[in-house]
Design a protein around this ligand. Structure first.
Ligand code: R5P
Length: 285
């Protein structure tokens, strides 16, 4: 399989291409005088199985991925699979207010016209998969997270809302820890109200688990609540570290440890999703 990557995911594409079943094709990127992106895939994709890798965490990255997918399709590959490690815009997976878009549907339909199938990783809500007319699979990243925390004593794995309950419970089971979730009410994009679950956190090692950290508002508030409740240690883990407005720096002040996966390339990306991606690709080959 030949891997081609957009700029958001070069770090992942390089790791995937280290596997003996993969090679990578270089993508040349320049800009036109008016700042429009110009890209060119170097290497022959005709008749080959091709995997594009690109996250959609910004408007620019969405345009780049659309161009990359179209460029790959125009090369007439045998098959074209699109991996979107972090599917941005997935948090608006339904229409919250009249006049607003279903953003994840818009993206799925726009990008989904080019590949034969799509793959993403721990998407915010699996409802988005149903917006695709083609196969669209969500890879869940529980195993590498459990492995990462496996050697330490974790007393409870807590999700900051009901969205990560299943994941927190699965990881808690492996770590032989308690699990629960907070009650969360979002006031606006920057403010949330949180309430701890009815558990005793005194002298406990807590692992706060979320799917995505954006502004860090949820995380910081949750960590403070655990401290107030007497927790001994509070580690924070999220699958996707978006870290808007230096959120990672702010969280580091409050948490004992902050760790995210490498769906996005951050200085806290110490858990890799690559083995899970390779496992999935092999299974579906
Ligand atoms: C929301 O449902 C997600 O699971 C995250 O908790 C949320 O997106 C985090 O956002 P922020 O970091 O801006 O509080």
């Amino acid at each position: 399989m030949i891997v081609v990557s957009s700029r958001t995911s070069v770090h992942l594409a390089e790791k995937i291409a280290k596997d003996r079943d993969f090679t990578s094709a270089e993508v040349e990127k320049t800009v036109f005088p008016d700042n429009e992106l110009r890209l060119k895939i170097r290497g022959k994709l005709k008749g080959e199985e091709v995997l594009t890798v690109g996250s959609t965490n910004s408007s620019e990255s969405i345009v780049e991925l659309a161009l990359l997918l179209n460029a790959a399709r125009e090369c007439e590959p045998k098959s074209l699979t699109c991996l979107i490690p972090y599917f941005g815009y997935a948090r608006q997976h339904k229409r919250y207010n009249e006049g607003e878009p279903i953003s994840s549907k818009a993206l799925t339909m726009a990008l989904g016209q080019f590949p034969d199938s799509m793959i993403t990783i721990d998407i915010h809500d699996e409802q988005t998969l149903g917006y695709s007319r083609k196969p669209f699979h969500n890879i869940r990243i529980e195993r590498p997270v459990s492995d990462y925390f496996g050697g330490r004593r974790v007393d409870c794995v807590i999700s900051p809302d009901d969205g990560c309950v299943v994941k927190a419970a699965a990881i808690a089971q492996v770590l032989r820890a308690e699990t629960g979730h907070m009650e969360k009410k979002r006031i606006d994009a920057n403010r949330v109200e949180l309430r701890l679950p009815e558990l005793d956190f005194r002298d406990k090692n807590v692992l706060l688990l979320d799917d995505v950290i954006s502004t860090g508002g949820t995380t910081i508030k949750a960590v403070k609540l655990f401290r107030e409740a007497g927790a001994k240690n509070v580690d924070v883990c999220a699958i996707h570290g978006v870290f808007a407005n230096n959120a990672d720096g702010k969280i580091s002040v409050f948490a004992d440890e902050l760790v995210v996966t490498d769906t996005l390339n951050t200085r806290f990306s110490r858990i890799s999703v690559v083995d899970e991606v390779l496992r999935f690709l092999r299974r579906s080959a």
